[in-house]
Design a protein around this ligand. Structure first.
Ligand code: PNS
Length: 168
């Protein structure tokens, strides 16, 4: 029997967006299984802690049976090789993404030529969404509805909840 075709879909996911979800679903149709993998990097400051990002992703992909969510640290290609993945899937929204993605794909190819990078283009309705802009909108009190999965909206709402007053 042929071995299962596994892909990793890596990122920071701070927070996951509807664009990410669109790409994860597309990738899940191309591979036997997709591991959405979140970079654990203590040196990088993120809005949401790793556990929240993992929980948001797990909830958002709960209905897709061949997708799992895991943290990784160290080199992405080492994680991918350990999991038996044949491909790294990344999204390309437009020209602005291209130089960064090409550099990263080339570096990963140098590090492990057996793992291919595949680029998927999100559906046009999501091509303007970025985690950075979502954070910016939320930081000034704007609505992120329609940009992120509903579960992520609830995490933003929780962050903005006023502290409970202590009852005596
Ligand atoms: O969502 P992001 O921040 O664009 O994702 C970047 C990520 C996590 C895919 C990238 O930084 C990464 O793979 N980091 C792990 C370290 C590594 O393998 N570096 C060499 C290839 S660039």
């Amino acid at each position: 029997m042929a071995s299962p075709r596994i892909a990793v879909f890596p990122g920071s996911f701070d927070p996951p967006t509807l664009g990410h979800l669109d790409l994860i679903r597309r990738a899940s149709g191309l591979f036997d299984s997709v591991i959405v993998t979140v970079l654990r990097n203590a040196a990088k400051k993120t809005l949401f802690p790793l556990d929240d990002r993992l929980a948001m992703l797990r909830s958002a992909v709960a209905d897709v049976p061949n997708v799992e969510v895991e943290a990784f640290e160290g080199l992405l290609v080492d994680f991918a090789a350990r999991r038996g993945a044949v491909a790294i899937v990344r999204g390309l929204r437009g020209g602005a993404d291209f130089d960064y993605e090409r550099q990263m794909a080339g570096t990963n190819q140098h590090l492990n030529a057996r793992i291919e990078t595949l680029f998927l283009v999100p559906t046009p309705v999501y091509s303007h969404i970025s985690s950075t802009l979502v954070r910016e909108i939320a930081a000034v009190g704007g609505s992120v509805a329609g940009l992120v999965p509903p579960i992520v909206e609830t995490y933003f709402e929780r962050r903005h909840m006023p502290p409970r007053t202590q009852s005596i």
